[in-house]
Design a binder for this molecule. Structure first.
Ligand code: BDR
Ligand code: CA
Length: 311
């Protein structure tokens, strides 16, 4: 199993991504979960990550708190999507397991230095502040990262927080710019993909029909989170953005995309945080990311439901 670090801002969809990882030990070993401010402030994301580990019966997982604000901008949060706690929907107990001592950024650096180069895959599911800070503090780690598989951006689909930008990239465009320029192999799950991973009624029923606390919690989380996309976009259900990252590590064939150049807009207020993806190779800028464009959504939900049933 490949070793991974999940960098996250839970968030109901982050929670499902974490559950999928913890349900899949043959595919990935979770070295730790590093939390960042994003959907809600850091105190809540680092609490929510522990709530989810305990829901999965995994109070042994190391959870770290990281950066509490973007590199150069004020924090923008998304309670309008995820609710006040960031994990609204199910009624889950407060965590008993402690946060680890030490900063998430130092954990990321130490783990990358401890294991052989090419061992650790980073899975960012929120703003890229922790990852960029680690790269700034320890530039030597860039060469040691096996791969960065992240949720963020959108191109043909447009944005979800501004017309041009997706939330994770918009919150900390400067961090995203550092990450996209770092030289490590990058796989991007943009809105173009995640807006096709919709929890329709039958898919939500399938979670509930698992009949376990995890199945029920996932059904309740996706019920809650669905409200927003349904009302606002008339979408058929909640988009499961972040689980696309962990599903990719299990079965990359569920996704198709192109290896292209992706640049981050960090200057213009109008298009701040836009992922400018050279899908048609109209420039000679070097490719720096595999930007996904499509998903086998039925295959994705079958895999997800099957794995969640193990917990
Ligand atoms: C991303 O933003 C957050 O609200 C979700 O958790 C996901 O990571 C989607 O734009
Ligand atoms: Ca997220």
């Amino acid at each position: 199993a490949r070793k991974i670090i999940i960098d996250t801002d839970p968030g109901q969809d982050d929670a499902v991504a974490i559950l999928l990882a913890l349900a899949s030990p043959e595919d990935m070993e979770v070295l730790g979960i590093t939390c960042v401010a994003g959907n809600v402030p850091l105190d809540l994301t680092s609490k929510n990550a522990r709530i989810i580990c305990e829901l999965a019966g995994r109070s042994d997982v190391k959870v770290f708190a990281g950066c509490d604000r973007p590199l150069g901008r004020d924090l923008v949060t998304a309670e309008h999507v995820h609710g006040k706690t960031g994990l609204d929907g199910p009624d889950l107990p407060d965590p008993v397991m402690p946060l680890q001592d030490g900063h998430a950024v130092d954990f990321i650096i130490d783990q990358l230095r401890e294991y052989a180069p090419g061992t650790i895959t980073l899975c960012p599911l929120g703003p890229l502040t922790n990852i960029a800070t680690a790269l700034q503090k320890a530039p030597d780690i860039a060469n040691r990262i096996a791969k960065i598989v992240l949720m963020g951006g959108g191109y043909f689909e447009g944005g979800n927080i501004t017309p041009a930008a997706e939330f994770n990239i918009y919150v900390d465009p400067q961090a995203a710019d550092i990450v996209f320029k770092c030289g490590a192999p990058i796989v991007v799950m943009p809105l173009d993909v995640t807006h096709k991973a919709l929890v329709t009624k039958p898919r939500n029923d399938a979670f509930r029909n698992i009949g376990t606390p995890v199945g029920n919690a996932v059904a309740e989380m996706t019920d809650f989170f669905e409200r927003f996309d349904k009302e606002k976009y008339g979408s058929a259900g909640a988009p499961l953005h972040d689980p696309c990252v962990t599903a990719y590590l299990i079965n990359p064939d569920l996704f198709t995309g192109r290896h292209i150049n992706v640049e981050i807009e960090t200057q213009s207020e109008l298009t701040m945080g836009m992922t400018v993806a050279d899908w048609w190779h109209v420039t000679d800028r070097p490719a720096n990311a595999t930007f996904m464009g499509d998903i086998d959504a039925d295959g994705f939900f079958a895999l997800l439901t099957d794995r969640l049933a193990r917990l």
